[in-house]
Ligand binder design. Structure first.
Ligand code: AMP
Ligand code: MG
Length: 421
């Protein structure tokens, strides 16, 4: 038999002419995905982490009335002294929730609390620390500005103005904002249903004893965690063995149940054959090689009506490809506006190994040095099965495709895993 052994790139060659860049893959995914249509009306607390399906127009002014920003005295700016001190008569009090009913006339003032309604006639608040009071007589000095310490009606939000746009993810600030408008319910996109399973004969569920050649199925747990944070409805279909019928049944079931199906493992060249065959029968799925590390193989497409993300099997690759491709795609499917990923340029405190050809997402630790400046360093071992590194890290160090080794002190791009909210 005359077999031709293809000239394969050596293991040192990172450049594969058939691979897609991260940006190309993202663009292809974006092209195919459009948001779910169904919406529902929910009470505010149930709207946390949902995506607004309609603009919210403010039915009121916020603040609803002119009020004091300080505990102090509400005065008329005409009565503010310019050279000497001035004395005013305290004629009443405005409490938060119990306004002063009368009008402040020349030579008069009232005691006022933070948030209390400004009385007619007065336009300025003097902090209580800046006056002297004896009985009903208030003495104030110079240096006050007309209009100070007053919050105006509609200063935050004016009645009739759009406050939040469709596509906005509802977080704690949005919940508070909506409540400040007195809005009891909002129309949001329905929750996404996401099914996922692991593939591989070597995988054992946690709680069982490992036999020779077996490992625990960790991907299903990191996937569960990442999906939980997106607040989707999770459908965990377990571990599916490397068996043609079992894989076909699992895909069939997942596509039936969910808007999106995520798998890990079984999409790299070696073992993709029957997965690929099955998917060709059930839908249209592309098998890509992405010029990134970790996470080279990625399958994306549709199984009937469901979107499909076939992530690589290696535990770190699952997380990097999920965060880079699946998470933004799911967010778009939920109808959420594009979320810009935070990235910073900081000096790397040590040299990093890198071969040109693929964009590296190395696991890094972003921290302040002794002088308070941000620097980043590697967690150490960078192979795609080292999941402990993902836990030690607080950021990806993103090294561009064509870049080679990084010298200590060079500026590198980092993507922090978390911000404040
Ligand atoms: P595969 O893409 O199926 O060839 O898997 C690549 C590597 O990832 C192999 O070492 C697998 O054992 C490992 N792997 C696949 N699935 C899982 C999983 N669910 N949990 C942990 N490791 C996995
Ligand atoms: Mg496998």
């Amino acid at each position: 038999m005359n077999t031709t052994i293809p000239v394969s790139p050596s293991c040192c060659d990172e450049t594969d002419p058939n691979s897609l860049t991260v940006e190309q893959a993202l663009a292809k995914i974006d092209e195919l995905i459009s948001p779910v249509d169904e919406t529902l009306n929910v009470g505010l607390q149930d709207a946390l982490h949902a995506v607004l399906a309609e603009d919210v127009i403010s039915p009121i002014n916020v603040p609803p009335y002119r009020n004091s920003a300080m505990d102090g005295y509400a005065v008329r700016s005409e009565d503010l002294p310019t050279d000497d001190t001035a004395s005013l008569r305290v004629v009443g009090t405005s409490w938060a929730g119990t306004p002063f009913e009368g009008k402040v006339k020349a030579g008069e003032c009232i005691r006022i609390m933070t948030g209390a309604k400004m009385p007619d006639g007065a336009d300025t608040v003097i902090m209580q620390e800046h006056v002297q009071r004896e009985g009903d007589t208030l003495t104030l000095g110079t240096g006050h500005c007309a209009g100070q310490n007053v919050r105006h009606a509609g200063e935050d939000i004016a009645r009739g103005k759009p406050v939040l746009q469709a596509g906005k993810h509802i977080g704690p600030a949005e919940l508070g904002l909506l409540a400040s408008l007195g809005v009891p319910t909002v129309t949001v996109k329905r929750k996404l249903k996401v099914a996922f399973f692991s593939t591989g004969d070597e995988l054992r569920p946690v709680g069982e004893v490992l036999e020779e050649g077996q490992i625990y199925d960790s991907n299903r747990y990191s996937l569960f965690g990442m999906l939980k944070e997106l607040d989707v409805e999770i459908i965990d279909l377990g571990v599916i063995p490397d068996d043609r019928q079992a894989v076909e049944d699992a895909f069939d079931r997942a596509a039936e149940l969910a808007d999106a199906v995520i798998t890990s493992g079984g999409v790299s060249v070696g073992d993709a054959d029957f997965v690929k065959e099955t998917l060709d029968r059930l839908g249209t799925v592309n098998f890509w090689k992405i010029a990134m590390k970790p996470g080279k193989p990625l399958a994306f497409g549709k199984i009937r009506e469901a979107f499909f993300f076939g992530l690589p099997g290696n535990p770190v690759s699952v997380m990097s490809t999920f965060y880079l491709f699946t998470q933004p795609a799911l967010q778009r499917l939920m109808g959420q506006d594009k979320v810009g990923t935070l990235s910073l340029k900081v000096p790397c405190s040590e040299a990093l190994k890198k071969r040109p050809g693929r964009t590296d997402y190395q696991r890094g630790i972003l921290q302040r040095d002794e002088r308070g400046n941000m620097t980043v360093r590697s967690v150490g071992k960078q192979a795609s099965h080292i999941l402990s590194g993902m836990s030690q890290a607080n950021c990806f160090i993103v090294l561009p495709r064509e870049s080679g080794n990084i010298e200590a002190g060079s500026l590198v791009e980092v993507m922090p895993f978390r911000g404040l909210m």
